[in-house]
Design a protein around this ligand. Structure first.
Ligand SMILES: [Zn+2]
Length: 290
């Protein structure tokens, strides 16, 4: 067979079977603070809004979540398990749980992947009793292993009171993906791929979502603002001491993601809490505008 015919057949097969992939940002709540408390170099008198966002990914007829944001029981969880100083530092408002927003659109989610298990990302897990929760084993260790003391205001025990059956630990393959040495290809077609972003927690991960027109890199809490990544500015020191498991490792991972950003400037980087980046893209039930 002529080489160009093989090429045409392959192009046709690829065109015919490429999955439809869409991304939506489910805003589950927010918080206001001075920008100076968000990252080093932020302005003292500038108010900054931090979103609590769960990301919904549609892959053909299947839906998955990346993070849950604030759930139905967030107030009880915080009141029960958060130390008083954490309650002062980590306020939140306008709670609108992902489970209710999904229900209103008749969407069922079977699988939930998490950037990490901090309270503001895992709060909604108990709202999904029929779903599976996917994290690397090392992230579960940080929450459940008594020999690894979790940070007091970061992980809330009451958010993990469900059957062990719901947990699913995954392992990265050694397959390189866009400069990352290890990856986890969720659907096996490179459209939704997890990469390791260690530092904020032991098992922090990011997700690269490829839609028909654009790629998005969901970086969790590696940085709270895209601006901070571009300036390689760490989080406000006190906040970082509380939430970042290993600050040196966070810096190293930021350098790596900044290098990624320079190599692939067309990829939209979306931190979990960055209202300035998220608002122009639109919120669920609208899908991200491409
Ligand atoms: Zn967070």
């Amino acid at each position: 067979m002529k080489p160009y015919l093989i090429f045409l057949i392959l192009a046709f097969v690829n065109f015919t079977f490429a999955a439809e992939v869409k991304l939506a940002q489910i805003k589950t709540g927010d918080a206001k603070s001075s920008e100076s408390l968000v990252y080093k170099g932020g302005k003292i008198f500038k108010q900054s809004i931090s979103n609590h966002t769960a990301f919904l990914i549609k892959h053909d007829n299947e839906y998955i979540l990346f993070d849950t944001g604030l759930g139905k029981n967030v107030k009880e969880q915080v009141s029960k398990d958060m130390p008083w100083w954490g309650k002062v530092l980590f306020t939140f408002e306008n709670v609108n749980p992902a489970v209710e927003q999904l229900k209103a659109q008749n969407i069922t989610v079977k699988d939930i992947y998490l950037s990490h298990l901090h309270w503001d990302h895992a709060s909604g897990l108990t709202d999904f009793p029929d779903s599976k929760f996917h994290v690397p084993e090392i992230e579960m260790t940080e929450v459940f292993d008594p020999h690894v003391p979790p940070k007091a205001a970061a992980f809330l025990k009451s958010q993990f009171e469900f059957s062990k059956e719901q947990w699913s630990k995954f392992e990265f393959s050694q397959k390189e993906f866009m400069g990352f040495k290890k990856s986890f290809d969720i659907f096996g077609d490179q459209s939704v791929v997890l990469v390791s972003l260690p530092g904020h927690t032991l098992g922090s991960v990011g997700m690269v979502v490829t839609t028909a027109k654009k790629k998005y890199f969901l970086v969790g809490d590696l940085v709270w603002r895209k601006k901070a990544l571009e300036a390689l500015a760490p989080k406000f020191i006190v906040a970082s001491m509380i939430v970042d498991g290993n600050r040196d490792e966070v810096t190293k991972t930021m350098e790596k993601v900044l290098a990624f950003h320079k190599t692939y400037p067309e990829v939209e980087i979306i931190p979990a809490h960055d209202e300035e980046v998220q608002t122009p893209l639109g919120y669920f039930p609208t899908w991200v505008t491409e």
